[in-house]
Structures are given as C-alpha cells and as structure tokens.
Design a protein around this ligand. Sequence first.
Ligand SMILES: C[S@@+](CC[C@H](N)C(=O)[O-])C[C@H]1O[C@@H](n2cnc3c(N)ncnc32)[C@H](O)[C@@H]1O
Length: 818
Amino acid sequence: MKYKNIREEELKNKVGADWFKVFDTTEILGNIDFTVFPKQDNLFGRTPLLWAEAKTGNFDVTTMFVQLVLTIGKARTFDKTLPPAFLGAFDFKKIAFVPYINIQDIFYLNDFNWNVTPSNHETKEFLLIKERIEAILSQYTFIYDYEKDEKELQHFIKNNIANASTTSKLKIDKNNFIPIYLRWLEIVKPIINVKWDELNKANILDSDFYLADLFVDDKDTQQLDDDLSIRDSLFVVFQNEGYKIAKENIKQMFDANITLKNKETYLQFWKRYKRPPIKEFQDYIIERRDLLVPQDIRERKGAFFTPRIWVELSQKYLTDYLGENWQDDYYIWDCAGGTGNLLAGLTNKYNIYASTLDQADINVIHERIEHGANLLKNNVFQFDFLNDEFLPVSKGGKLPDSLYEIVINEGKRKNLVVYINPPYAEAGNKHTISGTGEHKDNTTNNNITHSKYKKTIGKASNELFTLFMTRIYAEIPKSKIGIFCKLKNLQSPNFKDFRNFFQAKLERAFIVPADTFDNVKGIFPIGFFIYNLELKDLFLEFDADIYNKRGEYLGMKKLNSPDTSKGFINNWIKKIKRSNNVEEIIGQVGVARNDMQNKSLCYFAMEAGRGLNISQDTIIIDSIFLTVQSSINATWINDRDPFFYPNDGWQIDSEFKTNCFAFALFDGQNRISINEGTNHWIPFTEQEVNAKAKFESNFMTEFIKGKIKKEISNDTLFEVEAIAESKPLVFSEEATAVFDAGRELWKYYHSQNDVDINVNASFYDIRAYFQGTNAQGRMNARSEDATYTKLIGALRNKLSVLADKIKPKVYEYEFLKE
Ligand SMILES: C[S@@+](CC[C@H](N)C(=O)[O-])C[C@H]1O[C@@H](n2cnc3c(N)ncnc32)[C@H](O)[C@@H]1O
C-alpha cells in the first residue's frame, strides 16, 4: 500500500507532494484537513479547488465524506469563503472526489443540528447525513487507487481539478445581492460600452444592468420564460453577449446592442456567483431594486469609516447569527454612526436608527437621504452617546419616540441590535491610538459615562469603545451588540474589572488586519463581535474566525482571557531565586512586558532595562524566557497575544531546554557585549575558533561541558532541574547545526587581520564589527562583507530550523495559547 503506516500529517504532506505539487496545498482552512488552491491569483483572488478529509488506514469513502460535510456544515465555511470545485477524501490507499455542486444542497437543510462532533460516527446527525448523501455519492464520486489507477488519477487532477474554477459558485440571495452589486459596480460597470449620462436621463440606471445580469442563467440566456412578471419588470435585458434596453417607451431610442469592452473580465466575474438568484428571493430582489443606489462618495468625506469589505462581512455574520430575516425581525441602532457607512447595504429603513456626535455628519446623511439613501430622516439624529440622556423627542429629548419605546420596553429591547464601529481614542493620548475613530479632546474622561462607571470598570474607562459597551450593557440590557473593536477588552490584563462587569455572551467573532481600516498603521487585529446581552457569561475563551486583508478566510484563532491562567510569563520568571553575588552574575535579562507586541524588550545584556541577574543557576531558564518570545514571529494575528505563566511540562523536557539555550546564544536579542564588561558568553573554545589569544572567560564552554558545579543551597522552584543541569549538555541535531554555523562565523572573525579584532568578542560584537553602526550608534542591517553575509545567512537559516522545532512546544507548555 502506497502510504501505509504513516501519521495523518505525513500522509497529507505526501499526497500533497506526490499528486498536487503544481498547486498550493499549504493553506489552512478551519478544521478541514487538506486544501488545494491554484498557485496563482487572478483578478478576484484565488478559487479553491479542493477541500478534503484525510484518514490514516483504509476507510470507507462515504464515512470520510460525511465527516467532511459535518466539518464544513458546522463551521459554515462556504459562507465565509468561496466553496471549492470538489470535495475529496483520502486514506493511505485511495482518493475520492465529488463535485461540490452535487452535494452543496445538503448544507441548506432546515432544522438540522450542525453542532455535533464531526469525528463521532455514531451520532444521529452523522447517520442522517450519511443516509442523505449516499445515493449522491454513488452517482457522482470518482475513486482512484493511488497504485492501480495512477494514470487515471493524474489525468483527473490535470483535467478536472486544475480546470475546475468554474464549477462552484456563491448562491445569490436576499442578503448578499447588495454586496454583490457593490462589487459589480467596481468590476463590470466600467466595461459596459455605454454613455451613462444619456441613459440616466431616461431613468435607466446601472442597477438595471446589474438586474439584467442577475436574471440570466450561467449560459447567459434568459431563464424567465415561465415567469413573465420578472421579465416584464426588467428595463434592461442581457442578450447576444451584450445588453438591450427593454423599457417600453424608450426602447426604440436605444435599439443598438450595448456591448462589453472586455468579455473575459465579465465572465470571470460571473463565474463566482450562481445565477439566477435563488427562486424564493427573485421577486424580493426585483421589488427592492430601490436598494441598489450607488453609494455617494461624499459620505466618506473627512470621517473615519469602516471599509466596505468588513461592513459586508459583519452583516453576513449578523445574518448568520440572527437569521435570514433579521432585518425585519430586529431593530438596528448605530449610535456612533458618523456619516452612516456601517448601514450601507441594509434594507429595511423602518427598523434602522443612526445617531452620531457631530451635527455636520447628520447633515451629510440627511442630504444623502434626499438623494435616495435608504434611511428615514427622522431616525437619523444628533446624539452624544456618552453624555446625552435617553429621553424621547416628545419630552424634549433627542431620541425618536419610536426608538425610546424600544429602549425602555424589555420585549422590544431584546430585538434591538446596537451595531457600531465606535471611536477608539484613549485617555491621555491626543492622537487616536488605532486611528479608526475621530478623536475629540478629552473624550474619554470628560463624559458622564466615564464618571458614572469608572469605579466599576477600572482602567477600561480610559477607552471610548469600552465606555460605549458599558453604557449599552448597563442601560440597554438584554439587547444585542454588534461591534468593531480592538481585542483589549478580552485579552488585556488591565481589563479584568471590565470583564467581570460586562458578562454578555459572545456569540460570533472575526478578526481582520487593523491596517485595512482607514488611517490605521499598526500591525494588529481588529475584531467584529456579536454579543447577546440576555445571556450572562464571563468571558474565558473564544474561537474567532480570521480573514486576511482581501477577505479570504484563514482559519480560526483562540482568544483567551488572561484571568484564568496563573498569570503572565513575567510572574513566572520573577519567581526564580537569583544571585546578587557579582562574582556569579554573567549578565541580565530584560523583563519589561508580557506580550508579543513588546517582546523586543526581552533581551540579554550586561545591564538590561528592568533587568534580572543571570547566573549559572538561571541561564537555562532565562534562555527559555528569551527564546519562547523571540522564536515566534510577530504577525498581525498574534501581535496582541500575551505570554503566559507556563504549565509544568517544560520542566522534564531536556531537549526543549537545551534547544532554547542554543537559540538564545545566537539570537539577535542576545546583546551581551565586551563594551560592558567581561564576556562570559563565548560558546566555543579558543582552539575551535583559532583565537589568537586566550579568552578572559571560558564560562560558557565549561558550563556546556557540565564542569561548573552548582551548590543547591536554596529552594528554587526548579531545584531538581538545576542538579540535572550539572551534567554535560546534550544537544539536538538542530541545535548542533546552529553551533556548527556559529563556529564558522567566529572562525571567520578571528581570521581577520585587523587591530580592531577583540579576542573576547561576543556574538553581538562580531555582528557589529561586520555590519558597522550608524551615526546614532545603531547596528546597520547589512554588511558589505560577502563571506560574513553568507555565514550569518547560514546561521540564521539553522536558527529558523531550530525555531520550528521549538515553536510547537511554546504552545504545548502554554507560554502562548492558540
Ligand atoms: C469609527 S467612526 C465610525 C463611523 C461609521 N459608523 C462607520 O462605521 O464608518 C466612529 C464615529 O463615532 C463618532 N463619535 C465619537 N464620539 C461619539 C459620541 N460620544 N457619541 C456618538 N458618536 C460619537 C465619531 O464622530 C465617528 O463618526
């Protein structure tokens, strides 16, 4: 058997390398085992080709597919990203494919509990899906034995998977036809060969062309012969690969066929959506064509606004949580409305309220309403949410009476969604920290909400967005909140009081890169969170969906409350007993902050900021402390993650300890330098590196050889381990490779015939020698010396291999939580 006796991870790698090497199989998509994407992007991003289940052993194909269907249905992956052309399932003997299109209806089952564990093959849900898809599978599945059907399998992949981009499409329904229109405006409208001015005078709008596009089938022929009402109501129809004006009284004026400037772009665009729209929504879409009003660009003038891609996505999440008819079933209030961008695409103006701080913004919305924006003038009003009282207009207040009714009536309030992207300004900071909100002087601490709740929510009262959340939680209880904000309220240790106070159930969440927001530069996540205030729940953890800046789904990230663990990494490192004896101190480790964002504050130097003394007793632990922070690359996704007090697993993992030690010796955060005193950190003997004289200290090589005896006099936390450490250290293959590469670098340094060579040079000194420093005394990023560049490159390579070995342990021992 081709892939017998290997683990699932290896099976996936092998299948990827043997059969799908011209594709990208590295993308992770939630809990789906295996994905295949084309290597190249096209104009619209990448179309997924295959999502597959992988199993070791020899498995029943139907069972594997059922598990995959349950995995996808549970996460509703197809709502978050374009579905693939094929679903697949493979084990160590065979691989099977079924076109997604043949199976997708299963995901629209009514009243089905998707919330079961997909790998439990005994549940009644599992059996139900099995029953439903068995017949489909037997008709449409292609099964190949890797060995017996090798040629056929290659042929299938080459001809079907590789060319499959056309098969799977997003179904158009009442909740997505507006977002699709907004995209259509960007891509299709510009390629239509027409004078818009003339048409507009005749009251034909671009939305009529969009509707024409919607109501053809994917072979571009009208599908409405049996539905005369829709056909009659279209002003423009699609025919002969172009458009024709069909509005009765003017069609003679425009009898020429309107052509497309670029057919390929048009086809590519419509490859993504299934036309015509789902039957039950066809009439609705025609009836509500009034919603297809192009957004007025002026609405964005000056104000920070939520990017359209995230507005759309947040509304999709609200639909997913509250149901398809949520816009009719719920009231919506954007109480930090600005000029109303967040409300774009919503359909039922009778249920929408918008208020904001500046009257000027209100004026802009009112003007937009006059030009057709889908809001009611009376429901759009000036209101300072952190100061103004909830009082109706009829009693001299600012709230429309109908909204006041909702706010004070518990039954109605349960159906209110406060949907906001609030300002993010912080107290004591004149500029906006994240920039997505307009900062007004003193906004954070000069408002009634601040004074009223300061004691209850502690430091969270310094943030505008938490003040918004606080007032809603306390004064509009039992409502729902849909909010864009940073992750501080969930993850920051400073927000414990807030977490204890704001105990609403978090129901849905996604995170996106902050720099996709207007005017935001930082590399960190901003999230969208849906809370149900009716359900009391202390936040502990939540799996949030992750999207990249193009809106492509990347999988999930666990957000953790820090309140549950033993504390942070600094509490751990500070517990270690340390020597104050100058004779024993070989340097210091900087212990300033606990999170990814500030990990550069953790470094070794003779004197480090907020430094703790390093001695022979602590060097291993201090190396772990430095390495767990330095070996993990910061990304926008993890940038706000805290490092935690670890579990005890690391204590008996000798390889992890020596790996960390080796990493810390050669990492850039090791800034020990002879300029600050004796260098005890040379990891090689004089002979090994052909030094021209004896070193001042051989501490490190002696330590590595286990020659330094330790007196265990005090009861340090890690006493047992300290004893174990007085044997020679044993290094892994990866760590040894780092030492080997490091030795070459040292040798090269000592081979220089230069008076500036210092026999006692540290790793930092050697780098500084070759790379030089700038006028401010900072080390340059590069060196002119080609040999050095090659050697340091090789060392960094080996270090990153070592880091890959260390990383899973950082999570296993819970220094970081995933
Ligand atoms: C990040 S913007 C969001 C704008 C718009 N809703 C969007 O999503 O594009 C935050 C808005 O809240 C407004 N704002 C600031 N303080 C406010 C307050 N105390 N009450 C009401 N709105 C406020 C700002 O003027 C700004 O327009």
